[in-house]
Each structure stands twice: as C-alpha cells, then as structure tokens.
Design a protein around this ligand. Sequence first.
Ligand SMILES: [Zn+2]
Length: 538
Amino acid sequence: MDRIFYNGVIRTLDAAYPLCSAAAVKDGVILRLGSDEEILALAEAGTEKIDLGKKLMLPGFIDSHLHMLNYIEFLEQVNLSGAASLDEVKTRLSEGLPQAIEKGRWLAGVSFNQDYWDAPLMPTRKDLDEVSAEVPIVIRRACFNMSVVNTKGMDMLGILGEREATSDMLLGYYEDGTPNGIIRQHSQDILAHAVTIPPLEEIKRMILKACGDMIEKGITSVHSEDYINYAVDSSELVSQAFKELAAEDKLPVRVYQQCAFRTKEQLEAFLATGNKPGTEFGRYKIGPLKVFQDGALGARTARLKDGYQNDPGKKGILIHPEEELYGLLATAHKNGMQVVTHCIGDESLEVTMDTYERVMREFPRLDPRHGIIHCQIMSRQLQERFRELNILALVQPVFIESDMNIVDDCVGSELAKQSYNWRAFIDMGVHMCGSSDCPVEVFDILPNIYHCVTRANKDGSKTWYPENGVTIDEAVRMFTIEGAYASFEESVKGSITVGKLADFVVLDCDIYEADPTELLKTNVEMTVIEGEVVYKKR
Ligand SMILES: [Zn+2]
C-alpha cells in the first residue's frame, strides 16, 4: 500500500458505491474504498496516511477542450481582456512596446473584446498606428476568429494592396477600398510568419508551465488543441515536444490531443507518419481530428440559418464547403479516428450533422464517438440529432457569462431559449462534457460548474433561461466521467472506483451541500495524479 487518504467526504460518482471516507492506493491505482476503520487497517510499514480533514474528494477534473500552448502564449503577450475602452487597449499596448522593441519582435496583444467597450466599435489599423507606426502590432480578439494589424504590420505582411473584389483573403476594408487591418478566420494564418515558431525546448517549457497552472485548479486530464497555434504545419514539432516530455516522465497532466487540420492532405500526411489515432505515449495520447466549421457570435462569423437579426444581411461563414468537409471527416472516420467539430451556429451544425450521418452510413464503424465542440445555437429539432446519431456535446458553460448579453439580439428569443440547452442534452441521454476553451476563458472548473447549475452571471444580477441548467451532480459528471468517456477512457478514470487510476481533487467546501454561489469561493486543496500529491494548497 503506497498511500491512504482518510477522513474525507469521498463522492465517487460511481453508482455502485457513491460515498465513502477513505481510499487506498497502490502503483497509481485505487486498491480499496471504504470507512476509515476498514482502510486504515490495511496500512503497512511504509504506507503514507493523508488526513483529508472532512473535505470533499472527487475524481480529478477533466477539461474536454482547451488550448494549452495558446494559454501560455497569451500569458506572455499583452493581455487586453477586461479593457473597458479602446483607450485602455492603447495604454496597455504602449506599456508593452519597449519590450517588443528590445526583443525586435511584433507587439502582440490578446483577448480584446470590443463588445465590452464604452463605444463597441471594432478597432482598425489606424487606431493601432496611434500606439506605434514603426513597430508592427497585432491584436487578437478573445474569440480567436479575428485579429487587427497596424499599418506597419499590414505592410510587412504584404497585404496593404489587397482589394475586396480580387482578394481571396478574409479582410476588412475602409470605405476607400483599402484594407482596414482586420483579418478574419484562417486568413490569420498569414500571421504565423510574423510570430516566430518557438524552438522545441521553448514549446516544452510552455507545456510544463501550463500543466503547473492546471494542477492548481484540480485538473488531472485535458483535451488540448495545439497543432495550429503558430503555423498550419506545427503538428510535428508540437507532438514531438509532448512525446519527449511523456517519454522523460515529466508530463504531469494527461493530455488527449485534439489534432486540428485544415485539409485532407495534411491529415493524411499526419496519419502516414505513425500517428495512429488512440496511440498513447505515456500521458500523451493522439486524440480526435479537430475541424473548424464556423466562427463565433461576437465576431458575427458563426453561421446562422436565418442570419443575424441585429445585423441584417449577415449570415456568418461556413469554413469548409460540404464536399470538403466530407473529405476530411471520411478520411478520419475510415482511419479509425474520432472527429470533433467546432460549430456555434445552427447552419454549420446542420451541415456537420449531415456529414457525420453520411460517413457513418457509408463506412459503418463501431463506437466512433464523434462530437461537436460548442453546440450553441440550435433548434430542438436539430438538438434531437445528437441523440439519433449518438454525437457527443462538448460545451463551455462559462461562455454564458458574456453570451447571455448577445444571443437574444443575434438570433431572437425563440431560438435563444432552445440554444445552450444543457438540460435537454442530459434528458435525452446525450454524452455531454464540459470545458473552458481556455484561453478564450480561464480554465477554472468551479466557476464553469457554477454557470452550468445557476445559468447566472458571476455577480448573480442576471440569469438566462435557468430552466436549461443542470444539477450539481450532473455538472460535476460533465467535468469528470463524461470527459473520460470522450477520450474512450471511462473504464480507467473519471470516477473513484476500485481498479481505476487514482486521480483526485480535494475541495475546501462540499459543493454538493452548499449554495451554488459558494462554487465561486471554493478552493482546490489538493490534486492527486496516479496516487501522487502533485499540488497542495499552502
Ligand atoms: Zn477552442
């Protein structure tokens, strides 16, 4: 016996044995569960005993969609989130200017959201020129779907001469027909050339830094999308970094890679170089193909069937035409690969569901577990297709903090109240897992659970269709056992069950008994991975 955890409130999420107070662990695996008396009696000479002090222990948290490398990149660039005006954005950028000059690099700002500004207008290159006309500047919107570049940067990228009628890039334009500095969607790839791709050791450092922050939040597994951070073809370098860390036994958190590719050819090349779906390299595992099918609501790029009510004529974008999407999905599906697709608008969701149905019918395969990431705007009829096709829903409850202020205006209340309907997913028996999409939002699991249960904003001043919320137990399952299901690992983790991995989180409040507002004040006391205490609150 390596270690015994006792005197706790252990909620196992296993219906066969839902509550106990002690757990014994050996070689990273849960050996026995029971009362303090029963388990402490198993102690041997070298057994370490850890008193949980009557605190709540749950299975370790699993975030089923985030971006680890982007998170670190964002930490190390100028953070524009929470800025209340364009002036504040300029001030923050000016503060970062000396460092950019010193390093001879672009001045990069991340996570602006003009919806929160006193005058909510999209900035353009001329606004950024006021910060500097000599240093190239890029700022990225919080949703990732849009960037703004100053005139110097546009010039360096060689795209100041683009014109709407002839350009195949997704750019914004001034009335005089010249580009205004706004770059949308995949056209942002051009920025990869501006941001130096870090060397292997730097990527490894970033991964370890992200893991260090995640274990402080009780996260023991993540599904992370990291292949298109710097350039379309970063998959080899990034996966090498993960594989080396795993081989050196240095990867603290389990990582299930959501492999983002834009073309069938890129995916085929990846599969041809030994990256068999589901292969485990220690704690690093090759996960699903990740496909982007539309944008975001705030940027008005999420593809809506009936268009934007608050912006007549706008429908959003569909990234892959149907046949192209089919090519990507069929390639993955035929190679035994799971697929998860980013869909926010109802039209992109419908096209994706049609394509899932088609590939599953043409190439029947056991238990593919394809999924949709975000699953936001949809009618009840469209939602039923998740059940009919057994498609996973990977949702981000924390998004409603801001989305509750825009969705009704974008799509009308009739559709808004059928959208983000987590209650209906659970009632249908659909596998729904929770995630943060960090760095779009922070990866704290507890606020995410709060939004999931209360359907309220953080200060509690507004709720949004609270009937679409779930219970605390259902929300905790979304961030544990359902996350494990999404990576085909529900038999080895996701609940506290004898024979499963000893991945735990200990909280300083029994969130099952407390008022949901306590979720915002609850702290992670301890994180345990394979029986090792990897984090302990001081
Ligand atoms: Zn994402």
